[in-house]
Structure formats: structure tokens, C-alpha cells
Design a protein around this ligand. Structure first.
Ligand code: ADP
Ligand code: ADP
Length: 239
């Protein structure tokens, strides 16, 4: 079973069709880059997968389990909020704007969900957070607050936070687009390390070098549709 299946997904904002029948799959340990012009639906796609947005048609499956809906005798109906949250906990999301809590330390930003949502003992969550901070090169920043960090450092904390809950898949929505150019590489390097460690990832990005050299596949979107989906090598070497 693929980790994620997206089947004929449709998303509308009023008369505006943001996703117009999107199909694709992501297998375990695969890294999929989602490319395409501004307004083509890339961000909407990952927000729908993470159930931050509802969909008007089609279906999505995580490890074969229908997302957002359940079957019952008269057809399908939306899941309760609690069940949606349970599904969301199996995915990690990294946003363009980091979305860290400014009044919490770096350590608390990373340990909060494991402790409060996943019931991991505090000592264990802290040890794991420190290990993750070490992995993203921020071992000395555990007690800092987000505002004391550069954008690149904040995004590395956000990645550590997303990984801390052991998600089945990580979703990145333009993770380097709000960074000063000199801070982009440190974030891409952390993402590359994650990819090499076997993390399953979907990355919406304009970083073509990353797509070419780190992603296994490239999905190219235009006008709410997937118009190309092929291995990165073929995608970039096609005539
Ligand atoms: P991309 O990420 O490729 O730049 P988006 O997913 O942000 O594209 O947008 C796809 C389309 O959906 C665009 O036409 C955009 O204006 C529209 N859209 C996205 N979010 C909203 C929203 N919250 N309300 C209305 N329209 C939206
Ligand atoms: P991105 O390039 O990351 O998609 P955008 O600037 O398109 O960012 O969108 C930023 C925010 O505004 C998102 O939350 C998106 O859903 C929302 N948005 C985008 N287009 C529209 C729109 N036409 N009307 C209302 N909200 C929109």
C-alpha cells in the first residue's frame, strides 16, 4: 500500500477551482517535489492532505485509511473533529512562515505535541527533542525563544517539531520561500538529511536543485491539475 494516495481530488473556493481532479501516490521513503507556477494549487494540495482544508470531491488515503470521512450504511460521512485530529497526528507539516509559538522556548515548541497529544513521558520527549536539535545543528538553542533565532534556525526548529511526533509522512509548503537567500541552504541541507534517513516527504518548492538532486519524483501542477509526474531524472532531462 502507498503511504498516501490522492484520487481525483477536487477543491473549490467559490467559483475558483483550486484542485481539478488531482491524482498521485507517495510510497514509503519516497520524496516527491511538487512544482508549478504560483496559483496552480500546490499549497492547496498539501493543505487538503493535512485536512486544514476540506475537499469537494475525490478521496485521499493514508496507509490505506480514508482521510476525513468514514463509510457507513448510507454511504460516507465526515469524521468527527477528534478523528480528524487523530489522522492529522500521523502527518507532520512545515509551513512557509514556521508557525512556532513565540512565547515558548525552542524545546517546548518541539516537546509540546509529543507530551500533550501523544502522551510521551516528558523526560523521553525532552531527550528526543535534544537529539533532534542536535541533528538540525541547534543543540545550543533549546532554551532560546523563536525571536532570538534567524529565519533559517526557526525553520530548522519547525522541522524538528514536525519530526518529533514520528509522522508517517512530512508535508512541506514552500519551506524556504520566506528566508533570506543566504539561509536557504541550511534548511535544504536538513531536509536532504531527512530524505536520506528514509523519511517519506512531499515538498512544495521552487528550489529546482533540490527537486532534481534530492526528490525521487517531481509532480508538476498547472491550473489545479497534475500535468507531469515522473522520476526527477526524467523530469529534468526530458527534451
Ligand atoms: P500555489 O500554492 O500553487 O501558489 P494555491 O494553492 O495557493 O497555489 O492557490 C490555488 C488557487 O486557489 C489560486 O487561484 C488561489 O488564488 C486560490 N486560493 C487558495 N487559497 C484560497 C483561499 N483561502 N480562498 C480563495 N481562494 C484561494
Ligand atoms: P502560497 O504561494 O504559499 O500559496 P499565497 O500568497 O497564495 O501563498 O496564499 C497565502 C494565504 O492566502 C494562504 O492561506 C492561501 O490559502 C490564501 N489565499 C490565496 N489566494 C487567495 C484568494 N484568492 N483569496 C483568499 N485567500 C487566498
Amino acid at each position: 500500500t502507498p503511504v498516501l494516495q490522492v484520487v481525483g481530488v477536487r477543491k473549490e473556493y467559490g467559483d475558483n477551482v483550486a484542485l481539478d481532479g488531482v491524482d498521485f501516490e507517495v510510497h514509503a521513503q519516497e520524496v516527491v517535489a511538487v512544482l508549478g507556477p504560483s496559483g496552480s494549487g500546490k499549497s492547496t494540495l498539501v493543505r487538503c492532505i493535512d485536512q486544514l482544508e476540506s475537499i469537494e470531491g475525490g478521496a485521499m488515503y493514508l496507509d490505506g485509511e480514508l482521510l476525513g470521512y468514514e463509510r457507513h450504511r448510507d454511504g460516507i460521512r465526515p469524521l468527527t473533529d477528534a478523528d480528524v485530529k487523530r489522522q492529522q497526528r500521523r502527518m507532520g507539516m512545515v509551513f512557509q512562515q514556521f508557525n512556532l509559538f513565540p512565547h515558548w522556548t525552542v524545546l517546548r515548541n518541539i516537546t509540546e505535541a509529543p507530551i500533550k497529544v501523544h502522551g510521551v513521558p516528558a523526560g523521553e520527549a525532552k531527550a528526543r527533542a535534544l537529539e533532534l536539535l542536535n541533528r538540525v545543528g541547534l543543540a545550543d538553542k533549546a532554551d532560546a525563544h523563536p525571536r532570538q533565532l534567524s529565519g533559517g534556525q526557526q525553520q530548522r526548529v519547525a522541522i524538528a517539531r514536525a519530526v518529533a511526533t514520528n509522522p508517517r509522512i512530512l508535508l512541506f509548503d514552500e519551506p524556504t520561500s520566506s528566508l533570506d537567500p543566504e539561509l536557504v541552504d541550511e534548511v535544504l541541507q536538513v531536509m536532504k538529511d531527512l530524505a536520506e534517513s528514509g523519511m517519506t516527504m512531499i515538498v512544495v518548492t521552487h528550489e529546482l536543485d533540490f527537486a532534481r538532486h534530492v526528490a525521487d519524483r517531481c509532480v508538476f501542477m498547472a491550473d489545479g491539475q497534475v500535468i507531469e509526474d515522473r522520476p526527477s531524472t526524467e523530469f529534468f532531462d526530458a527534451p
